[in-house]
Design a protein around this ligand. Structure first.
Ligand code: ADP
Ligand code: MG
Length: 689
């Protein structure tokens, strides 16, 4: 397989952009599967459009309303009419359309229908000629994840070129297994995943590729486990009285579940082999304190411990709360923060402190696993919200343990996750981990009160937020989502905040947060929010994981219908963290019945596990396209819920194969063996140990 540079049509600029997406070789390009597909529906009548759908109309301009400039946003508006009615259409930052939009101009427009100020409008539609559109109807077109400067068209063309050239890869699944599970051939599956002719073809192709992913992953994990055996524990760390003392001083008593899990962790730390433990607990179940207590025990025994968080904001928050807690309760340990946004000088100083063991506990983002970081007797590594990292970082961190000899280079590993995974699945996926479950919420919690409302309720919701702020509480508002485009998303947050400032009373402090902001600015906002200097925080989903501001009591989610339920549950988990009653308001902008029905599941239950299951039952496989799933995926295309049967099959056949042939010897398994070796390398390469 060649480097992408050798590809026809890939110039210097495209090359850089492809690499940015992690595509370095033609093999990687061909395995860069679509994020979703677009299926163009037949043309609708203007008079029958419903908010919440993506539709195409064939209509002509009856009024051009010109282009307005609001801040750095150009808004172009025109009215389009067909035999059944008229509709207002808006484009952002496309002023050049102006000259086309002369009355009488007839075209196909395809875009999202939304309700604005009580009327139905279409925003940011794409334009097609009638014949061009007709050819696209009912064809599944691949939509790839993109990066600024690289278009979907470009990727589509490159992939198509490769497939036409018939450069395929050899199938690594032995024929016997392929037959047993009636899996299509690899080459055919790859072709169809990019360009399925229909939904059936897509499903078959996907099943095969998901099988590949699960099967090779499980084989890799099992082989690793067999090779490593159980690692002896070089750091037997006994209980220390300070941990118990701190527990006694905390303003709350640990729940029964927390006490049980803490005991499990402590047994591991002192046991004969290294700990490899997954702590699973719903949002708000109090996992952080368990990590802190474990880190404390390790540090007080003369070792270093590290806590890694998936986002800078979360790392910072952990750092602040741990230092505060240590200061308040007289724990004499040094804590350092290490994140990507620190200046080179700050980083260097921190590296030195780590190396010289001037700090005992290091909290940070994946900056913690950079080559430059040299630990001194690192004995425990905790990853928070581990599902966010993917396997790669987790594995590489496991290797960072603090001993001189590489062979025994390992630390105790504790991973924490709020993703509710059924135990059986967790055992398959994290075959190498023991599992603890924090299945009890702190007693002071009142169940969150939820409601699903339509957009007409918005003013009431604002009054409600005002009231909560008057009581001293705080609120989050998750902004309408814009198509996966960070630029527009930032724009939308800023505009929403402006509008909100007119709606809410003047004494209420409103700020915003989005992914495009500099890390230092994000941190500053989060700090002020944590200190209750900001009452209402308007944000994108950047606040989704881990954020803990127990004084917040309202979560309002705009466009709730566009999120996956699991993600909404995570968002909701930002409130209900203290002893005050909390509320979650889901604004549903879709007028389709199914959307409301799906959201009602959240009202019925606050239990993440139940929600994940109900969500699956309700969604037909077709509905999965287009609803943004949270980034909880370890796998590229496999979804442990949706593909639970494939996961089971892959696990069964992997286990059976390894039982019969643990060395994967024989010609039949050559390719599999090579692939798994590559996979394992990929997972541990990051550190260049
Ligand atoms: P998560 O499991 O989602 O990571 P956190 O660890 O952030 O949850 O805990 C959420 C909040 O609950 C924090 O403010 C924490 O101080 C508090 N908390 C943790 N354990 C208890 C407990 N046993 N009783 C009361 N509050 C608790
Ligand atoms: Mg947490």
């Amino acid at each position: 397989m060649g480097d992408i540079r050798s590809l026809k049509g890939v110039g210097e600029k495209t090359e850089v952009l492809l690499r940015k997406l992690g595509i370095d070789t033609t093999e990687e390009l061909i395995n860069y599967y679509p994020r979703t597909y677009e299926v163009f529906s037949p043309i609708s009548e203007v008079g029958r459009l419903v908010a919440g759908e993506t539709a195409a109309i064939y209509a002509k301009v009856t009024r051009n309303q010109g282009t307005k400039k609001i801040r750095n946003l150009n808004i172009t508006t025109a009215v389009f009419t067909d035999n059944s009615g008229s509709i207002e259409v808006t484009w952002f930052n496309m002023p050049f359309l102006q000259k086309m939009l002369r009355p009488g101009f007839l075209t196909v427009l395809r875009g999202r229908v939304i309700r604005k100020n009580g009327r139905i409008v279409i925003e940011q539609p794409a334009m097609y000629q009638f014949d061009e559109y007709r050819k696209l109807v009912n064809v599944m077109q691949p939509i790839y994840s993109l990066t600024a400067g690289l278009s979907n068209k470009t990727i589509t063309k490159l992939v198509k070129g490769l497939l036409d050239d018939n450069i395929y890869f050899e199938d690594f699944i032995p024929e016997r297994i392929r037959n047993q599970y009636e899996l299509p051939e690899f080459a055919a599956a790859v072709k169809k995943i990019h360009f399925p002719n229909n939904f059936e073809e897509y499903k078959e192709a996907r099943r095969r590729l998901v099988f590949n992913e699960f099967f090779s992953f499980i084989i890799m994990l099992s082989l690793r486990k067999m090779n490593l055996g159980t690692l002896p524990n070089p750091y037997k760390i006994g209980k220390c009285p300070e941990v118990k003392e701190l527990c006694d001083k905390l303003p709350y008593k640990l729940t029964g579940a927390q006490q049980r899990v803490l005991a499990e962790i402590q047994t591991d730390l002192a046991g004969d082999r290294l700990m490899s433990r997954l702590v699973q607990g719903d949002v708000g179940s109090g996992k952080t304190i368990l990590a802190v207590l474990a880190l404390m025990q390790v540090a007080l025994s003369g070792y270093q411990g590290a806590l890694m968080a998936p986002t800078e904001v979360l790392a910072k928050q952990h750092y602040e709360s741990v230092t505060k807690m240590f200061l308040q309760y007289g724990v004499n340990l040094n804590v350092a923060l290490l994140t990507g946004s620190m200046t080179a000088k700050e980083k260097r100083e921190t590296y030195d402190k780590i190396k010289n063991h001037e700090v005992d506990i290091i909290i940070g983002t994946h900056a913690l696993i950079q080559d430059k970081v040299e630990y001194d007797k690192l004995a425990l590594v905790v990853t928070d919200e581990q599902h966010r990292f993917g396997v790669r970082q987790r594995e590489s961190f496991m290797k960072k343990g603090g001993s001189d000899s590489l062979a025994s280079c390992n630390a105790h590993v504790l991973v924490m996750s709020a993703t509710p995974i059924p135990r059986t699945l967790a055992i398959i996926l994290y075959g190498d981990l023991d599992i603890s479950i924090v299945d009890e919420l702190p007693a002071n919690r009142l169940p969150i009160k939820n409601c699903v409302v339509d957009t007409s309720y918005r003013p009431n919701a604002y009054r409600f937020i005002e009231n909560e702020v008057r009581k001293g509480h705080q609120a989050y508002i998750i902004c309408p989502m814009v198509e996966e485009n960070e630029e527009l998303e930032a724009e939308s947050v800023i505009n929403y905040t402006d509008l909100l400032k007119n709606e809410l009373s003047d004494d209420i402090q409103i700020e915003y947060l989005h992914g495009k902001m500099k890390a230092t600015d994000k941190n500053a906002i989060m700090e002020r929010f944590a200190d209750n200097e900001i009452n209402v925080l308007v944000s994108t989903t950047v606040i989704e994981v881990g954020i803990n501001v127990p004084n917040s009591t309202v979560m309002l989610v705009e466009n709730a219908e566009r999120f996956g339920l699991a993600q909404l549950h995570q968002l909701r988990g930002r409130v209900g963290r203290g002893d005050a009653q909390s509320y979650c308001i889901f604004i549903n902008s879709s007028e389709k019945d199914e959307a409301k029905e799906r959201l009602e599941i959240l009202v019925k239950s606050n239990d993440g596990f139940y929600i994940a299951q109900e969500d699956l039952k309700l969604r037909g496989p077709g509905d999965l396209l287009g609803i943004r799933q949270s980034g909880d995926m370890v796998f590229k295309i496999g979804d442990i819920y949706q593909d639970a049967t494939v996961l089971k099959a892959a696990s069964d056949s992997a286990k059976l194969l390894l039982a019969e042939n643990p060395g994967l010897s024989g010609k039949e398994y050559e390719r599999l063996s090579a692939y798994v070796e590559k996979l394992e390398k990929k997972h541990s390469d990051t550190l260049n140990l």
